[in-house]
Write a protein that binds this ligand. Structure first.
Ligand SMILES: [Zn+2]
Length: 461
């Protein structure tokens, strides 16, 4: 059994929206209360309360109705979250990680988790439990429940900007395969994560997979460019220190948040697609172990603002987590290894070669050449448990499958509803879009001509 989480949007009426945001606000209040209480206690020389049971006792001393419609189980959920975060930070600090911080930041809206028993799922509706004395809160989902209702363990209400979502966590059995088709743990593949190709996989039997992430990069660039442009335009409307923001400024901020969350959602979706592609490909080839290069050791180095930004937009931790989750559900083991030097070692003669500039790897010692990211993948596979690849039994990939992640993103195909510029090559400062036929002599107008208008009216009547 593995735990999987899926996010589903909500379709709410104005009243339901108000109540949902009320719950998020109440959870934010509960979170702020714990932080404040512990700050006061420490200022008075008392110890901070971090133990979950003790926190619950403090909560029940406060009595019912303190946190609006939030019921006590959900309020306890907030305390549990605080307690878990505190102990996780304490553990990391004890192990010598000085960067770990205790929870200290207040947030206005905090996600509310409804435990098993605090929600009811019926068709496309969910009932969220509220405090005693309040009417039941039913909300409609914008798609079908992705898991069988009896497998769902918890439902979390959260917001992204002004949109409301629920995250459903379900216990899902690990995939079963017909006999003879199940993943074989001795069959290994090396996975090289990268910016241009989110995953390049060198598998056994001379097969390889390259997932292209150009669409993700295009989306990132476009978003960055738009953000810059928007910032420049509204900079003069920004409130001065000590000044309250204008209504116009607040509107701009809301729009900015909306676009930011949309960008994040799009990238996330594309990354899920990339990970899914790898796992499906591996399962079809009975690969039981994915050896994944973990570049996070070298990412803390400062390498200039452009590359720093690129690395930050990559969201590698998130990508590896998606891959791990999906592989686990498919019954495939994931092993993380250090990827240092794997892209600059020749897989044929094992000698160091200067890092290639393009996508093609060439060895000046033995004349070997191949796809640069697959070279990384092949070298990573050798670092796996007892792993050897590119022997006679496992040659360097010659059959390469190419897949794209993020087909939904603007730039792969023109999206009708996306008013933004298409990505382009060549001119730096904006493009004029797709080539169009020249306008007719005398100019053109979108307004219907006089004769057309008459024709329309006679047709209708
Ligand atoms: Zn070589």
């Amino acid at each position: 059994m593995v735990l999987r989480t899926a996010r589903v949007g909500l379709r709410v009426t104005a009243g339901q929206r108000r109540r949902c945001f009320g719950l998020l606000l109440a959870a934010g209040d509960a979170w702020a209360c714990v932080l404040d209480m512990n700050r006061w206690r420490r200022q008075r020389g008392l110890y901070g309360i971090t133990n979950f049971q003790q926190l619950c006792r403090e909560l029940h001393k406060a009595g019912p109705g303190v946190f609006g419609e939030l019921n006590s189980q959900c309020a306890e959920g907030v305390l549990r979250r605080y307690s878990d975060a505190w102990f996780a930070a304490a553990k990391r600090r004890k192990n010598g990680d000085a960067t770990a911080r205790f929870p200290r930041r207040k947030r206005r809206l905090v996600p509310v988790r409804f435990r098993y028993g605090c929600f009811v799922i019926e068709d496309q509706r969910v009932r969220l439990a509220t405090a005693r004395g309040h009417p039941p809160l039913w909300v409609r989902l914008d798609r079908e429940v992705p898991y069988p209702a009896e497998q769902i363990r918890s439902v979390t209400l959260l917001n992204e900007g002004r949109r409301l979502f629920v995250e459903m966590t379900a216990e899902i059995p690990v995939a079963t395969y017909p006999p003879g088709c199940e993943p074989d743990s001795s069959r290994m593949a090396g996975v090289d994560p990268g910016v241009i190709h989110p995953f390049a996989v060198a598998g056994p039997d001379g097969e390889g997979l390259v997932v292209s992430g150009r669409a993700i990069r295009a989306e990132t660039h476009l978003h960055l460019k738009d953000t810059k442009h928007r910032r420049r335009t509204v900079a003069k409307r920004a409130p001065k220190p000590g000044q309250a923001g204008s209504r116009r400024w607040r509107k701009y901020r809301a729009r900015q948040r909306k676009l930011e969350t949309r960008h994040k959602r799009r990238v996330k979706q594309a990354q899920h697609e990339a990970a899914k592609t790898v796992v499906t490909w591996a399962a079809q080839r009975r690969i039981g172990t994915l050896v994944v290069g973990d570049p996070r050791g070298v990412l803390t180095l400062k390498v200039g603002r452009r590359h720093n930004k690129r690395v930050q937009d990559w969201r590698i931790g998130q990508m590896l987590r998606y891959l791990k989750d999906k592989a686990e559900q498919a019954g495939i083991r994931v092993v993380l290894v250090d990827e240092r030097g794997t892209s600059s070692t020749c897989p044929a003669c094992d000698r160091r070669v200067p890092k290639p500039r393009g996508r093609q790897f060439r060895c000046m010692h033995c004349g070997f050449s191949g796809h640069r990211d697959l070279v990384g993948g092949a070298n990573i596979a050798r670092r796996g448990p007892g792993g050897t690849i590119t022997t006679n039994k496992n040659p360097f990939p010659v059959v390469i499958t190419h897949r794209r992640a993020g087909r939904h993103l603007p730039g792969t195909e023109p999206a009708r509803r996306d008013p933004r510029r298409r990505p382009h090559h060549g001119t730096v400062n904006g493009s004029h879009g797709r080539p169009r036929p020249a306008p007719p002599p005398g100019g053109e107008s979108l307004a219907p001509g006089e004769d057309q208008q008459h024709g329309l009216i006679t047709n209708v009547r």
